[in-house]
Design a protein around this ligand. Structure first.
Ligand SMILES: [Zn+2]
Length: 252
């Protein structure tokens, strides 16, 4: 019988199809604010719903204005030790997938290949055309919008929007399918920095655990999965302090 830390290292070492599920607690370590927290942006901004964005130019301007306000923080944010640990597990041949609720794009920026990454709520690191689906770099669009206050438009004429899932917008079927596939096939699931308050995202780690995969939760503060019989190990504390050393020990 070792400590919980030893047990985590042993689980990581003994697994070859690990599913990592990451939430806001991983982003905050990179300086990204928690939108749902008490200081969150939704305490002073009213969200623009997707149907309104598609219908109303005023709503599109409101949404671009909101996204412009946060853009510099997202653009300049750097991956932290948890993002790098996911890449370490991938290079060791142990990672099945990262399924993230985060929209900061930092898993990709840390070097995780796209085919290992499911960004359930989309990403702020790309702009997406709502007609043709073409993706592009946000920086020129934000510069243009800040200067002219005119909405950027795709070459096809479609509306451009940061590639995050808006309020009232469906999650992408392909992403939901890939997350479900990972939950069905993993041999270990580790949830990092999530309280599991947002569905359907929160279902995926639980689906894996109920199938019999060991389920490890690392979070500072209570989560909605605490106390469930499917939970194998529960660490209370900072994901950046707890997870990377365990990965380093398991992969050396
Ligand atoms: Zn287009």
């Amino acid at each position: 019988m070792g400590s919980d830390s030893d047990r985590l290292v042993a689980l990581l070492r003994g697994s070859s199809r690990i599913l990592l599920f990451t939430g806001a607690g991983v982003s905050t370590a990179s300086g990204i604010p928690d939108f749902r927290g008490p200081q969150g942006v939704w305490t002073r901004r009213r969200p623009v719903y997707y149907d309104d964005f598609m219908r109303s130019e005023a709503a599109r301007i409101e949404h671009w204005d909101f996204k412009l306000e946060g853009w510099a923080a997202y653009r300049d944010a750097q991956p932290n030790a948890v993002h790098r640990s996911a890449v370490t597990l991938h290079r060791a041949g142990k990672l099945l997938a990262v399924v993230t609720q985060n929209i900061d794009g930092l898993h990709a920026r840390a070097g995780l290949p796209r085919d290992r990454l499911v960004e359930l709520h989309g990403t702020n690191s790309e702009i997406e055309c709502q007609s043709c689906g073409r993706r592009s770099d946000p920086q020129p669009h934000f510069e243009s919008f800040a200067r002219t206050r005119r909405l950027p438009v795709c070459a096809c004429g479609g509306f451009l929007k940061p590639a995050t899932i808006s309020f009232g917008q469906q999650l992408r079927e392909a992403d939901l399918g890939r997350a479900a596939d990972a939950a069905a096939a993993c041999d270990l699931v580790v949830a990092l920095g999530s309280t599991f308050s947002v569905y359907p995202a929160a279902e995926f780690p639980l689906t894996a655990a109920r199938r019999g995969a060991p389920y490890v939760i690392i979070n500072r503060g209570a989560t909605e999965h605490d106390g469930l019989p499917a939970v194998t190990l529960r660490f209370e504390g900072d994901v950046v302090e707890i997870f990377p050393p365990a990965v380093a020990a398991a992969c050396d």
